[in-house]
Design a protein around this ligand. Structure first.
Ligand code: TXA
Ligand code: MG
Length: 346
């Protein structure tokens, strides 16, 4: 059991955090997407302790974070198209797969020949990376199977007594993890949708960008996961989430019917709905996911709401959906997985 210190991110605490990284320890820090749990990517024991802290399966590789493109030369080979993408989207929520160099330990990449790299834009993340001078391996700072943390308190919930330090930088602006892009095939493939959308990538690359098969449905048994992260039941609240899709009035009526049935049967049940529908669902313990047209707001709130369901002991949750386009694709990927892709069409 270690003492976990949660401190506001300032010059002094960032320097202390950098020292922890340099001596092989773990530090949680804010990024513009979600909080990360960092270790020196070049130190296999330090990286291994990330897997222990999270309870993460060893075959799920980590993202390496850098603050300067000059660091790439040490850790990976260049890729066609990567320069254009880095010019357009770094620093920011885009992770790119590169052929790795031997200096990156197997434990980071789960033995794969590629390494995932990202340059975050959050000033605290950049200062920490600069101060440490290291490439930092960092998954999201949650226990495996829990929603990613979007405020420091979420990290404390999951990592208290497990890691020595959490840098508190407030709420993460985006609230969903980065887009993971594989450039090692003939066409670029999005392995995980995020803040950098398919349309943004296509506009920059002037070519079609493909989506990995299992973004909006479960992986078939015979199907090979392009990214190990796709194989696990992520972002799963303890309660059963069911999505309801269809015309606006029919959806609201169905949410109400299903939730009331459960409440009347004595189950803890609620709805997850747009701000505009909260008044119509006031007797169904409505959780406000954000405004119907503001998909960035919905992305920003989603993980915090999923955590609340567990705290409140919700047994069943009925949720509205948004079109799987733009950031909506990232939202529906996470919400779909939370629901194990159970969806009622009305
Ligand atoms: O926004 C983010 O990406 C956050 C912040 C902290 O940077 N990090 C994050 O890491 O979400 P994590 O470990 O929770 O998710 C990394 C994802 C996983 O789905 C993993 O399977 C995939 O990236 N991944 C990492 N390296 C890979 C590789 N070499 N090939 C394929 N997929 C890879
Ligand atoms: Mg994660």
């Amino acid at each position: 059991m270690v003492m976990t210190k949660m401190v506001p991110a300032d010059r002094t605490s960032i320097r202390e955090a950098a020292d922890i990284l340099k001596t092989g320890g773990l530090v949680a820090f804010p990024t513009e997407t979600v909080y990360g749990l960092g270790a020196n990517a070049l130190n296999p024991e330090a990286v291994l302790s990330i897997f222990t802290a999270k309870g993460r399966p060893a075959d799920n590789p980590l993202i390496v974070h850098i603050h300067d493109r000059a660091q790439l030369d040490d850790i990976c080979e260049m890729q066609p198209r990567a320069d254009i993408l880095m010019d357009a989207f770094w620093p920011g929520p885009l992770t790119i797969l590169f052929p790795r160099k031997p200096v990156i330990p197997d434990v980071v990449t789960a033995g794969l020949s590629t390494v995932a790299v990202r340059m975050p834009s959050h000033p605290v993340a950049l200062s920490l990376l600069r101060e440490s001078g290291l490439p930092v391996a960092a998954p999201s700072a949650n226990r495996s199977g829990r929603p990613s943390p979007t405020v420091a308190m979420h990290v404390l919930e999951d990592m208290k007594g497990i890691i020595p330090m959490i840098l508190d930088g407030g709420a993460c602006e985006i609230g969903l993890e980065s887009t993971v892009l594989d450039l090692t095939h003939e066409s670029p493939v999005i392995l995980r949708p995020g803040g950098v959308t398919k349309a943004m990538l296509e506009e920059t690359l002037h070519e079609e960008v493909l989506l990995a098969g299992s973004i909006l449905r479960p992986l078939r048994q015979d199907e090979k996961a392009l990214s190990q992260g796709m194989r696990y039941k992520h972002y799963a609240p303890k309660g059963n989430v069911t999505l309801v899709r269809g015309g606006e009035q029919a959806v609201v009526a169905t949410l109400r019917l299903l939730c009331r049935q459960d409440l009347d049967a004595g189950r803890k049940s609620c709805v997850l709905c747009f701000t505009e529908h909260v008044p119509m669902l006031s007797d169904c313990c409505p959780h406000d996911m954000g405004s119907i047209d503001n998909h960035a707001e919905i992305a920003h709130r989603l993980f915090d709401i999923l955590r609340h369901f567990d705290q409140e002991g919700m047994e069943t949750i009925y949720s509205e959906v948004i079109p799987p386009e733009g950031v909506g694709l990232a939202v529906m990927n996470r919400l779909g997985r939370a629901a194990a892709f159970r969806c009622i069409e009305v």
